[in-house]
Design a protein around this ligand. Structure first.
Ligand code: ADP
Length: 387
């Protein structure tokens, strides 16, 4: 294969949209496969294959137009893509590398096989007898966490349940689809890391960050996390171990719990660029989006070093249904010092990720906690309506 020039991306949401600068930097052309001409990435990749992401016939068209295909989200149909891979289409990461990560149960098994620490877990299937489900649940203890095995995101499909009765009721409500039951981790912090691996085996890790969720949805990211150098290094080792074990090529996000006593447990893994890495656009030498393109197009990986002391990223989540573009609020946000506003151009709906803001913080005289809190508050008071 000659030098990779055209990269196909399955998915055309904001994650593909944010690849624009990286693609320009590297002189690459992007083609996206996405259902609607109004999807964010169509603005930066103007000749899309307009089709649902799981439509493998459309991916064959995409493959004809590209040197390599990568992924923006995990709502793909792996079985349908396999014949394309067998016919020589280059997917990066490869289908076998992402296969175990698409379902929360196989993901846990894969993490376990790679020697990474998981919360205790057990899978329930539609035919699992209730008494058996109950004894599994009771063995894990309450509260426990029930997660749909497939297609959960932004906390949808994740339920924290206080009793067996609540488990049974919730499982019935979701029609007893396959779920994972997990031990509830009383975490001190939630952490995340982005890692990139090249086809040569080179691995680059980004700083470990803290993610803060509200109603199980990521609201803020603080980079780097206020944790010891030892925890930073342990998280980087876990991420490196996983991408190496999978022979993974591309960027991957790993979310973890920091439990009492400095114990680390993996929450979940996303085989793609990730919300917890959005800060890299403005606060690192190489953004996660450029890094993904570097990895899949055989360009050398770039530096993951931060270009400021610390950064804070706040998601702008929708809180109402409206067509308005919040131009005035956005201009107030943009006027905050050291601030970058990214607006995805989507229709506002409650809970939808409409954009994000990153503040690159200058060096603080103390530990910087107050500065981080003030930056978060400045953004959130402008964006979120008072409770
Ligand atoms: P999604 O895939 O929808 O992002 P997650 O599995 O990441 O869902 O769960 C969303 C949030 O729910 C997590 O960020 C965390 O706050 C909480 N959570 C998930 N699993 C557990 C667990 N085992 N123990 C405690 N909290 C959990």
């Amino acid at each position: 294969m000659g030098q990779i020039q055209r990269v196909g991306i399955i998915g055309g949401g904001q994650l593909a949209w944010m690849m624009a600068d990286g693609a320009a930097q590297l002189g690459l052309d992007l083609v996206v496969q996405t259902p609607h001409a109004t999807d964010p990435a169509v603005a930066i990749a103007p000749e899309p294959v307009l089709a649902p992401v799981a439509d493998a016939t459309a991916t064959a068209v995409l493959a004809d137009r590209c040197d390599v295909i990568s992924f923006e989200n995990e709502f793909i149909n792996l079985a349908a893509l396999a014949p394309l891979a067998a016919a020589g289409v280059s997917f990066r990461p490869s289908l076998p590398a992402i296969a175990p990560l698409l379902d929360k149960y196989s993901q846990r098994q894969c993490l376990e096989a790679a020697g990474l620490p998981n919360p205790r877990f057990v899978a329930l299937f539609p035919d699992t007898p209730l008494p058996e489900a109950e004894s599994h649940a009771r063995a894990l203890g309450f509260p426990l966490v029930m997660k749909t095995q497939r297609l959960g995101y932004d906390g949808q499909g994740t339920f924290i349940l206080p009793t067996w009765e609540a488990c049974q009721q919730t499982w019935d409500q979701i029609q007893r689809v396959p779920v994972l039951l997990e031990e509830f981790i009383p975490f001190e912090k939630e952490l995340a890391i982005m890692v990139a691996r090249a086809g040569s085996g080179q691995v680059v890790t980004y700083p470990t960050v803290e993610t803060q969720q509200v109603d199980q949805v990521c609201r803020r990211v603080v980079a780097p996390a206020a944790v010891s150098a030892e925890i930073q290094a342990q998280v980087a080792t876990l991420a490196t171990t996983l991408v190496t074990a999978l022979d993974y090529v591309g960027v991957l996000g790993m979310e973890l719990f920091l439990a009492p006593g400095g114990r680390l447990l993996v929450n979940e893994v996303a085989p793609r660029t990730h919300n917890s890495g959005h800060y890299t656009l403005d606060a690192c030498v190489t953004s996660q989006f450029e890094q993904q393109l570097r990895a899949v197009s055989d360009r050398p990986l770039g530096s993951s070093a931060m270009t400021c002391d610390r950064a804070v990223m706040v998601n702008l989540l929708g809180f109402e249904t409206t067509d308005q573009d919040y131009a005035e609020v956005r201009s107030h946000l943009a006027a905050l010092p050291h601030t970058h506003v990214h607006w995805y151009g989507k229709t506002a709906r409650p809970g939808r990720k409409l954009g994000h803001v990153t503040i690159c913080l200058p060096q603080a005289e103390d530990d910087g906690e107050a500065q981080v809190a003030a930056a978060i508050q400045a953004i959130e008071t402008l964006w979120y309506p008072p409770l």
